[in-house]
Design a protein around this ligand. Structure first.
Ligand SMILES: C[S@@+](CC[C@H](N)C(=O)[O-])C[C@H]1O[C@@H](n2cnc3c(N)ncnc32)[C@H](O)[C@@H]1O
Length: 279
C-alpha cells in the first residue's frame, strides 16, 4: 500500500472513530465527564435539534401519565430532565396540580430548563436540581412518579442508574422511562424481554413497552407493593442532605441548608438548586 493510501485510510479510521464516539454515541464510551461536556456544548441548540411538539408531548406523555394516577397532585421526580421537557409537558396539562423535581447534571441544560419554566411562570410546580442522577439526594420511596426519559443509556452504569431511580420511587408508584431502539451502542441497550426481566428483578411489575419515536419506546411500570399516595410536599422537605443523609433541609433565601450538619446547597440566580456546589 502506498504511503498516501495509508495516510488517507488512517484519517478515515480516526475520523470515523471520533464521529462514532463523540457524535453518534454522544460520548458514552468516553465517560460521564465527556457526556456532560457534550450536553453543555449543545444545550442552547438542543431544543432546535429535538423539535419537540407540544401536542405530541401532551398526548403521549402528560395525558397518559396523569391518567394512570389516583390524583392530579403527585410528587414527581424527573431524572436527567435536560431542558425541562417532562416538567413542561406536565405543567401545560390543565389538570396537573402536583410538583416535579427535575434533576440534571449538565448545568447548561438545566439553565435552559430554568429559563423556560420562568418564562411560563411554572415555578410553583417545578424545582430544578443540578445534581447527579446516579446518586439521588432523596431517601427511599420518596416519589409517586419517577421518570427518566432518553437518558439511561448515557449514564455510566445504566443498570445501577435504574436501581437508583427505582429506589426513590414509592411502592405502588409509577415508573416511566424509555428504551432506545435503532441504535448501535454495545452493552448500553436492551431488548424488550431483557429490559422487562431487568425491571422485574428490581421490583417493577407490569412493564409495558409502547411504540413512540423512531429512536425510543416508552416503558411504563409500577413498583411492586402498596404505600400511601404522597402528593405535593415542599421540595426541600423531600431531599436528604447529600453529606449527612438527614432529612433536615431548610429553604433559606438563596440556599438550602442542612440544619443537622450545616451543609449549604446554593441556589443559582436562575433558581436552580446547585447540589454540585454544596459545601
Ligand atoms: C437525550 S437527553 C434527554 C433529556 C430529557 N430527559 C428529554 O427527554 O429531553 C439526556 C440527558 O441526560 C443527562 N444526563 C446524562 N448523565 C446524567 C447523570 N449522571 N445525571 C443527570 N443527568 C444526566 C444529560 O445531561 C442530558 O441532558
Amino acid at each position: 500500500m502506498s504511503p498516501l493510501v495509508t495516510v488517507i485510510a488512517l484519517i478515515f479510521i480516526v475520523g470515523f472513530a471520533a464521529w462514532w464516539l463523540l457524535i453518534d454515541t454522544e460520548g458514552v464510551y468516553l465517560g460521564k465527564r465527556v457526556v456532560i461536556w457534550l450536553y453543555d456544548v449543545y444545550a442552547s441548540r438542543y431544543d432546535n435539534i429535538k423539535q419537540y411538539d407540544d401536542v405530541e408531548e401532551h398526548l403521549y406523555l402528560a395525558q397518559p401519565l396523569l391518567a394512570k394516577l389516583p390524583a392530579t397532585d403527585p410528587m414527581v421526580l424527573d431524572v436527567a430532565t435536560g431542558t425541562g421537557r417532562l416538567p413542561l409537558a406536565l405543567c401545560q396539562h390543565a389538570r396537573f396540580e402536583g410538583h416535579i423535581i427535575g434533576v440534571e447534571l449538565s448545568r447548561k441544560m438545566i439553565t435552559q430548563a430554568a429559563e423556560k419554566i420562568a418564562n411560563e411562570h411554572f415555578h410553583e410546580y417545578v424545582t430544578l436540581l443540578w445534581a447527579d442522577g446516579t446518586a439521588l439526594p432523596f431517601p427511599d420511596d420518596s416519589f409517586d412518579v419517577v421518570t427518566c426519559m432518553e437518558a439511561l443509556e448515557f449514564m455510566p452504569e445504566p443498570k445501577a442508574a435504574l436501581d437508583e431511580i427505582i429506589r426513590v420511587l414509592r411502592s405502588g408508584g409509577l415508573l416511566l422511562t424509555t428504551r432506545r431502539i435503532n441504535a448501535y451502542m454495545p452493552s448500553r441497550l436492551w431488548e424488550e424481554k431483557e429490559m422487562a426481566d431487568m425491571l422485574a428483578e428490581r421490583g417493577i411489575v407490569g412493564a409495558t413497552f409502547q411504540t413512540w419515536h423512531t429512536d425510543y419506546e416508552l416503558v411504563w411500570g409500577q413498583k411492586a407493593g402498596h404505600s400511601p399516595y404522597i402528593g405535593v410536599i415542599p421540595p426541600h422537605e423531600v431531599m436528604h442532605c447529600p453529606r449527612c443523609q438527614q432529612q433536615a433541609i431548610l429553604d433559606e433565601d438563596s440556599a438550602w441548608r442542612c440544619s443537622n450538619c450545616n451543609l449549604v446547597v446554593p441556589c443559582g440566580t436562575d433558581g436552580v438548586v446547585e447540589v454540585m456546589r454544596a459545601k
